[in-house]
Each structure stands twice: as structure tokens, then as C-alpha cells.
Design a binder for this molecule. Structure first.
Ligand SMILES: [Zn+2]
Ligand SMILES: [Zn+2]
Length: 144
């Protein structure tokens, strides 16, 4: 049993794996890129049978809380989400063209940030960092 699978995380935290939740998780797992709540609502509406807007928002909130989905802001500061593939601290490379999100396995700023904060006697509790640009596929498509 894969304990990181969204279905199992839900159950492990005492939540019910209702049929709409299960189907929403299935939709999310197939999502190739960053998505907005609006896009998810649209996809859920097209599902057979459709999943209601309130269920989508409630489930999205729950999945965020459980770390199954994580927030990834767009280059334009728009709100967006992606299915979390890592449980540990990490950052993202976000494609501004197709919305593809790649995980950076290492934190490139941790050490330097600690130094800078220590100089100011600041106690660091965490940080956010998203990197925006064009993914390999979009760069190639651009060159054609
Ligand atoms: Zn791209
Ligand atoms: Zn970091």
C-alpha cells in the first residue's frame, strides 16, 4: 500500500473517501500542469456525473490542508495549485507558458538566507520561492 497516495492520506487522517472526492482526486492526478480552482470547477462540472462547485472547493481545501495539493503562484501572482509530489521542503520551476511545474529537489537559498537573517538577528521560520520561466518543451516549440 502506498501511504503517500492521496486516498490513503485522507483515510489516515480520519476523513471519509467519498465517491465525489475519489473522482476529484482521479481528475487531479491526471492534471499535467498547474491549475486554478476555476479550472478544476470547470473540469468537475464536465465529469460524469458532474461534481458540484461546493464539493470542489471543500475538497481542494482539505487536500491543501493534508499536503496532497500545494499552492503554486503564477508569474502574474495568480493563485494556482499542483498535486504535491514531495513531502519535504522544496521549490518549483513554473513554466509561464504551459503551466508545467517541476520540483527542485534542493533548496538553493537556505544557507545564504540563514546568514543574511543571522546578520539581522532574525529568526527564520520558513520561506517561499517559485522560479518562473519557460520549460524545455516551450523553448523548443518557440524555436520552431
Ligand atoms: Zn512550458
Ligand atoms: Zn527553500
Amino acid at each position: 500500500m502506498n501511504s503517500r497516495a492521496p486516498e490513503n492520506v485522507l483515510i489516515a487522517h480520519g476523513h471519509r473517501l467519498t465517491e465525489p472526492r475519489q473522482r476529484l482526486i482521479a481528475i487531479l492526478s491526471q492534471w499535467p500542469s498547474r491549475f486554478s480552482a476555476g479550472e478544476l470547477v470547470k473540469a468537475a462540472r464536465k465529469a460524469e456525473p458532474p461534481i458540484g462547485r461546493a464539493t470542489v472547493f471543500r475538497t481542494l481545501g482539505l487536500l491543501l490542508e493534508l499536503g496532497i495539493v500545494e499552492r503554486v503562484r503564477g508569474a502574474d501572482d495568480s493563485e494556482g495549485y499542483v498535486v504535491a509530489r514531495r513531502g519535504d521542503h522544496h521549490h518549483h520551476l513554473v513554466c509561464s507558458s504551459c503551466g508545467r511545474v517541476e520540483d527542485l529537489p534542493l533548496c538553493p537559498v537556505e544557507g545564504r538566507l540563514k546568514e543574511l537573517a543571522a546578520e539581522r538577528r532574525f529568526q527564520v521560520q520558513g520561506h517561499n520561492l517559485e522560479v518562473y520561466g519557460l520549460c524545455e518543451g516551450c523553448v523548443k516549440a518557440d524555436e520552431k
